[in-house]
Design a protein around this ligand. Structure first.
Ligand SMILES: Cc1cc2nc3c(=O)[nH]c(=O)nc-3n(C[C@H](O)[C@H](O)[C@H](O)COP(=O)(O)O)c2cc1C
Length: 257
């Protein structure tokens, strides 16, 4: 696949994958692509923890479920979250940023026909934490955790802090290198018709990260950068939107919009 096609076709896949395992050859291509990313001083701070067995998948699925339930109880999270939630495709296409709410949660029947009825609720999203305390997070938590459990492959991307480059900016440059490695992997996955999804919820809190660290014997010197779920695609991954380039590009001097 042409590089530009891979860039344009890469999409976050929030549905099921085919059940078959990712081939060793493809897995090798994914990891090698990540390894050929640039990094400061060629420090190559990345490591990859590949999880294909049920025990590891279940541990991560359970933590995902717990963390999603927690998020629904967290008024600050809900408030910040609502800023990026688009209720209809029309709103999403007009704003050209954020995510479509219905790509993330199955709405209760009363809102399914007309999600814009949720607008007043989202304006005061922090109050929805009351519903979270009453268990509203359990349904989406189950959905996403089942997706995690049933994925053919989970990947914990780790950053080895002992490979820090010199200088005050060392941490920043290391993180930037990690981002480049992950993007290489995502683009290669696209070219191989492998779908990918970041699963951030179980990495949101320090507590949960420590639990994962412990469950998978990850040393303290290493930081978990992200969790990805991967599998061959059998359904299309849906669409996305982007701001126009004129909104994000400045010439010669920064021009406030
Ligand atoms: C660091 C990072 C964390 C993300 N976490 C999640 C996540 O937890 N769940 C999810 O469905 N998508 C997650 N995404 C995917 C974004 O929502 C997605 O990239 C964005 O909406 C643009 O859509 P696209 O990837 O299909 O182009 C994450 C992306 C990044 C870069």
């Amino acid at each position: 696949m042409d590089l530009f096609d891979a860039i344009a076709q890469r999409r976050t896949h929030r549905g099921d994958f085919r059940k078959d395992a990712i081939s060793e050859e493809h897995l090798d291509q994914l990891i090698q692509s990540a390894q050929w990313a640039p990094s400061p001083f060629n420090t190559q701070p990345w490591e990859f923890l590949i999880i294909r067995e049920n025990a590891g998948k279940s541990a991560l699925a359970e933590l995902t479920a717990k963390s999603v339930v927690d998020q629904f109880k967290d008024s600050t999270f809900l408030d910040d979250n609502s800023r990026w939630m688009r209720l209809t495709e029309a709103e999403w296409e007009e704003r050209r940023d954020g995510v479509l709410l219905t790509d993330h949660v199955d709405l209760p029947p009363m809102f399914r026909k007309d999600p814009t009825k949720l607008k007043p609720l989202l304006k005061h999203a922090k109050h929805l934490s009351i519903l979270g305390h009453l268990g509203a997070g359990k349904v989406p938590a189950k959905e996403i955790s089942e997706l995690v459990r049933s994925s053919p492959l989970l990947l914990l991307v780790l950053m080895d802090g002992t490979r820090r480059p010199p200088g005050e900016g060392g941490d920043r440059w290391m993180w930037l290198g990690m981002g480049a490695a992950v993007e290489n992997l995502l683009l290669t996955a696209t070219a191989l018709e492998i779908g990918t999804q970041f699963v951030s919820a179980p990495l949101e809190s320090q507590d949960d990260r420590e639990k994962i660290q412990e469950s998978f014997n990850i040393p303290d010197s290493h930081e978990i950068i992200t969790l990805l779920r991967l599998g061959y695609l059998d359904t299309p991954s849906g669409k996305s939107v982007r701001l126009s380039s004129s909104t994000v590009v400045h010439h010669e001097n920064y021009q406030p919009k």
